[in-house]
Design a binder for this molecule. Structure first.
Ligand code: SF4
Length: 463
């Protein structure tokens, strides 16, 4: 087993973002604003907590019934005219989509937001084979033009300033130099995208919910781009993760009530569309669905971590996480960032590759508090840390420090003596000494240390 890197990549990449204090400040505030809107929406929804309980139970039931639900879904979807494909992994998903586009003689594709297609590397694969793939969600389009991945699962370009988008559009879309008015920028993007929609020969969408009892797919966007991408081209390919199925329309309603409120504080996503199969009024209209496993069955069988599959990708745990808000999504180096990304990554890409991520958390539990489907995110992170330690994937320095700490805490007299010494020498931490603790203190002040220990203060007050 190779030894862990001395400085995990998360720290290095977060450090790049943290170097720009102003950017960190507004990134933090923008996400906290979303969190505040989520709180307001939750408070205004009767029985919000009961709704969360219901959704958690529903998702647990779904994970127990995945094969049965997909069998039922497939029968109903095929009856409605969908062609249903199953892909075991990312390579099979790419090959299936590639094959469908090639068979239909398609070269120009419009695509709405799909974290699954990011996970499977669909865009780079298709582009390498000569397809033109245009992301049509505004945030996705911005990061596509910048040749970088999304930094958030709901607001993909949240890490960028308006002025940066203005410069990008000036370069790529020919808007006037210095234009940074959001409405004018959105109009410029819309004009460019409209042209692409009209020329597209196929539309690819993600899926928020697949409903087994109807065989229909629910797709949510705030821009209507998925609707246009499925209504204009003659070929529609939907890609869905195997965990996204629910038994009934009423179940979909439960998740939809939670999704938009948790994501942005909206009562419902602006365009919540039920796609029911090919339109009989459009001759030659073809609809395909690719159901992708890519490790999900394996995770569903893991009793410790399977709850992570309940995620409905609302982004609330990202918006509330003090680490994500300051480090930004790119620091995680994974398709899904934030607390849920740090929980999913060890299961999906392996503990060795993702070993830094479960430590990218203060374990404050704020993520667990807001998760609409009650995933125990901070407990999951702790469980992964334990597993990483068992697998020897925690750096030696940390292991030795933890052992020394445990020994120290197990000896009360030594602990008291250490406290006495620490209170007298704590000022040393403020000195410009090089070393790893500098990273910790760069964005934090060292508090004044009390003159007496907690025990002494307790004794003085309570006798
Ligand atoms: S883990 Fe929960 S809070 Fe985080 S994105 Fe998924 S559903 Fe939302």
């Amino acid at each position: 087993m190779s030894s862990p890197p001395r400085i995990p990549a998360f720290h290095r990449d977060a450090g790049r973002f943290l170097a720009d204090d102003a950017r960190v400040g507004w990134h933090d505030q923008a996400l906290w604003h979303l969190r505040a809107k989520r709180d307001k929406a939750a408070a205004a929804t009767p029985d919000w907590e009961a709704l969360r309980d219901h959704a958690a139970a529903l998702k647990a039931h779904v994970l127990d019934q995945l094969p049965e639900l997909w069998t039922r879904f497939s029968a109903n979807a095929r009856a409605a005219g969908w062609t249903v494909h199953f892909a075991a992994d990312a390579a099979e998903m790419r090959a299936t989509v590639h094959g469908l586009l090639t068979a239909a003689g398609v070269r120009r594709v419009v695509k709405s937001k799909s974290m699954l297609s990011e996970e499977c590397g669909l865009n780079p694969h298709l582009e390498a084979h000569g397809f033109e793939v245009v992301d049509t969600d505004l945030g996705e389009r911005i990061v596509q033009l910048r040749h970088e991945p999304p930094s958030h699962i709901v607001v993909p370009a949240i890490h960028l300033k308006r002025a940066e988008v203005g410069e990008l559009f000036h370069r790529e879309l020919g808007t006037p130099a210095g234009l940074d008015d959001p409405t004018a920028l959105a109009h410029a993007a819309r004009a460019d995208l409209r042209r692409r929609f009209l020329a597209a020969e196929a539309g690819i969408t993600g899926v928020n919910i697949a409903v087994a009892e109807t065989g229909a797919m629910v797709v949510c966007t705030n821009e209507g781009n998925a609707d246009l991408g499925t209504a204009l081209p003659p070929l529609h390919i939907a890609v869905v993760g195997a965990e996204k199925v629910v038994p009934t329309l009423d179940d979909a309603g439960v998740l939809l009530r939670l999704l938009a409120r948790s994501a942005t504080g909206q009562p419902i996503t602006s365009y919540t569309t039920h796609l029911a199969g090919p339109d009989p009024r459009r001759p030659g209209h073809a609809c395909h669905l690719v159901v992708v496993d890519n490790g999900r069955s394996r995770l569903a069988a893991d009793e410790h971590h399977r709850r992570a599959l309940s995620c409905i990708r609302c982004g609330a745990c990202l918006n509330t996480c003090p680490v994500y808000r300051r480090a930004s999504g790119h620091a995680y180096g994974t398709v899904i960032p934030g607390p849920i990304g740090a929980v999913l990554a060890p299961a999906m890409i392996g503990t060795a590759a993702a070993r830094a991520l479960p430590f990218a958390s203060s374990l404050c539990g704020s993520c667990t508090q807001v998760c609409p489907v009650r995933i125990d995110l901070h407990d999951q992170l702790l469980a992964w840390r334990r597993q990483l330690a068992d697998e020897g994937l925690v750096p030696l320095s940390k292991r030795l420090a933890m052992r020394a700490g445990a020994w120290f805490l197990a000896h009360p007299r030594l602990f008291a003596a250490g406290g006495w010494l620490g209170r007298r020498l704590g000022f040393l931490a403020r000195l410009p000494i090089p070393g790893p603790h500098r990273l910790w203190l760069r964005h934090r002040g060292m508090p004044d240390l009390p003159a007496d220990s907690f025990r002494a203060q307790w004794k003085n007050r309570h006798g």
